[in-house]
Design a binder for this molecule. Sequence first.
Ligand code: FES
Ligand code: FES
Length: 876
Amino acid sequence: MTELVDASATELADGVVAFEVNGSPVTVRRSHPHLLAALREELDITSPKDGCSPSGQCGCCTVFVDGKATVACQYDLAKVEGRSVVTLEGVADDERQRFADAFAACGGLQCGFCIPGIVMRAKAQIDKKGSALTREAMAPHLGAHLCRCTGYVKILDAIEAVAHGDTCTPSLADAVGGRGAKYEAAPLTLGDRDYIDDIRVPGMRHAALHLTDHARADIVAIDTSAAVAAPGVEAVLTADDVPGELRVGLIHKDWPVMIPVGGRTSYAGDVLAVVVADTRDHARAAAELVEVTYEVHAPNTDAREALSDTAPLSVWGTDSNVLSTSAYTRGDDVDAVLASSAHTVHETFRTQRIEHAFLEPESTVAIPSGDSASRTLHVYSGGQGVWDDRNDIAAVLDVDASRVTVELVSNGGAFGGKEDMSNQAQTALAAWKLGVPVKCTLSREESLRMHAKRHPIELEYWAGCDDDGRLTALKVRGIGDSGAYASVGMKVLERAAGHACGPYRWQALDIETIAVRTNNLVCGAFRGFGANQAQFAMEGVLDRLAAQVGISGWEIRKRNVIRPGDEWGPGQIMDDGAGGAEACLDRVKAAYDDAVASGKAVGLGLGLKNSGLGNGFREVSRAVVRFLPASDDGPGRVEVRHGWTEMGQGVHTVALQVAAQELGVDPERIDVIVDTTRELGFGQTTGSRGTLMVAGSVGSAAAAALAAGCEVGVDYEGEYVVDWTQKLGDAHVEHPTIHAVFSYAAQLVIADPSTGEIEKVVAVHDVGRAVNPTLVEGQVEGSVHMGLGYALTEEFPTDSETGFPTNTTLRSLGILRAKDVPEIEVQLVEVPQPRSPFGIKGVGEIGLVPTAPAVAAALHAVDGEWRTTLPMRRTT
Ligand code: FES
Ligand code: FES
C-alpha cells in the first residue's frame, strides 16, 4: 500500500530535521509546515489524524513530544530537532490493548476519527494521576479535543476504566439486542484502520482546489500559468478539461464541478481549478497562484428578498429562486377554526445555519488502470452514496458507468454532510486525465465552504386549542434558505412541512414551506433533516398554549399525543408503531414530576422523525452472505456484503449481529464488507435508513442461505424493499402513508432555576428495537450533545455582503466541549414497528429533534421569557 513520495532536490537542499519517533531516529524534510505533516506525509505514521491542521483546534493529531501531550499540527518542525516524539504506534502493546479493550467495551467510539488523539491525551493524564483520575478531572483536559459523535459520555467511561485498571473484555454480540462491541472497535481506537487520507498508493499525486473569491461573479478569465510553473506541479485543470457533464447533483443536476470562463459562480464553495502536484504542500501552494478575473455581482444573501419579483437569479443556469414548495391542507378552513378556538398563539421562529463539523475532512483517492482507450477508474470515497458518486463521476468523464468503481471507505463522521459529492469528481478527473493515482484532501477551511449545511428556516406558526388544551388548527408558513445548489434542499423543506405538526392530533392543518435559492452556502441533509427546525417551533407554540390553558407541558402533550389509528399530519393513519410517542411521554413522567417537585426549571420536548425516504420512493437494499472454506485454523469465515455507508452509526455492527443471530454463527467468524462491485445499494445512507434496510436485507440473505444449505462459495442474496409509501400533498390519496417508519423521543431538560445552567438531560427514545443498546445509547448521547449546541451555542452565519462564512475555524462554531456537557440519562423504549425488520425504527435522525425546544422551555421556566431564535445563548 505504501510508497512515499520522494523528497525533491530543492527540499533536500533546504535541509532536514533529525529527531526520534517511537524510539527510532528519523530525519525528515525541513519544508513540512508542521510536525503532523512530517509524521503523516513523510514517515507514514497515520494514527495522528488531521482534522484541522494547522489550526490546532480538534485534538485529533495529539502526540507526545518529550513526554508532553501536544497537538502536532501546531508544532513547528524546527523545534522538534533532537526531541523524542511518541505516537500511538509507539505506545507499549499491553497499554494499547487496555485502551482498545476499554473503548470497545464501553462503546467509547463511533466514527473513531477523534479517538487516537484522545487516547494520547488520556494516557498523559493516567501517566500523571493513575487510578486517582476521575471523569470530572479528565473532562477539562478534553477541552483540546472535539468529538462530534459521542457526547463524550462513553469516552469518559472508557478513560475511567483504564485509569482504574478495570478488566474490560469486549466481545461482539451474537444476536439482535446484544450489548456487544462495535465492529472494528479496536483498530479504530488505535488509529490502525485507514481513513481515505491514510491511504497511500504507488505513484500517487496530490490535488488541491482553487475556490472562488466571490459568491456571485462572472468568470472573465482564468490564468493558470503561474500555477503550472510552480514547483512540483504536473497539471492544472479547469472546466475546459471536463469531457462530459459539467453539472452533478443528487436530485437536480445543477452543481458545476468547476465554473468555466464565461460561467458564473453561485456560492463560496465553487471550484475554478484543480492543481495536481507531487506533494500536497506543492499542490496547495500552486492552487493559490491561479489568477482569476471576475466581474463581481451582489449576491442574494437574504432568502425572503430572493423571493421578490425584482431579485436577480441567484444561481447560474437556473430560472427561478424558488427551489421547491411543499404544501398540504387537511380538515376545515384553518383560519375559521383558529378564529373559534379558545386559545391561539401566533409566533415566528428562526433557526440558524449549522455546520456538520464531522472530524474527518473530505478526502478522495482515484486510481486509474489501463491506457487511455481502455481506462477504468477505481475511486475511494467517504461519501454517503457511492452509487450516486459513481454515476455522476462517469457522466463528468463521459464514460459508461461500468468503467468507474467507487469503493466506500468508512468515514470519520458525516451526519448528512457527505451526501453530495465534494471533491470526488475533480479528483477522478485529475486521475483520469493524467493516468496516475491522485489524492485530494480538503483543508478544514475548504470543507467548511464546500459541503451543504443545516438550513436556516424562518417558520411562522398560528396554532389553536380548546379550553381543555385539545389542539384545533395549525397554520405554518416556512421559508428555508437553501443556498445555491439544490442538493436535497427541497426534500429537507418537504420534511419540515411533513413534521411541522409534531407527534400530535389536529383537526385542521394548512402547511406550506418554500426552499429558496440564494448565494449563501449550500444547505442540504443534516441529522434531523428539517424536522428539528419545525419541531422547535411546534413545541414552542405547544408550551405557549399550555401556559394559556393553565396545564403543564407534560399534560398538554399527553392530551394531544398521536396514537395508533389516529390521522397524522398530511392524513397518514398511524400504525401500532405510533404507540411509541405516548410510551416515551409516560416513561419520562416520573423524572418530570421529580424535577418539578424539587424546584428545578424544567423543559420537555416530544418529537417524531421518519426513517427512510418515504414519499413514494421505492427503497431497495440487497445483501450477500457467503461461506468461505474451512482452513487449518478452524471453520471457514462468513462474509456479509452490503452497500451502506459506515460513518460511526454502527451499520456494520447491525449487519454483523443480524447475520450472527440468523445464521447461528460465531460473530468473530463474520467479516462485514461494503461491496460496491455489484448492485447492492440504493441511494444514500441517510435518515436512519441504513440500519433498518441493512437489517432487512442481511436477514433475508441469511434466510436464503439457510434454505439452500449454506453451501461454501455460494453468494446468497437477500433483498429488503419498502414500496408502500405515497407522496406528500397528493390530492388524490386521502390518507397517504408518507413514511413507513417513525421513531419517537421525549427529552427532559433540567436546569438550575436561578442560573439557568443545564444540569441534566433525560432522553427517552423509542427505537422500535435496539439492535445494540450500547451503540444506541451512544447515538442518543451524541445527539443530545449536538442538540444542546444547536439550542444554545452553535451557528454558522454568512456575511450578508459577500455570502461567505464568517466562521472559518472549528473553534468558532460554538460546539460544546466535554466539560460543558451536562449529565445525560438515556432510557430506551421498544415499541416495535410493524412491517420493519425486527421492529427497528432507527435512532440517528430523531436524536436532537426534542432537545432545542426542551431547552427553550427550561429557560422560560427560569426567567419567563419565551425564546424564538436559535441559538439561544451564544457565548463563543
Ligand atoms: S489536526 Fe491538529 S488539532 Fe486538529
Ligand atoms: S467518534 Fe469522535 S468524532 Fe466520531
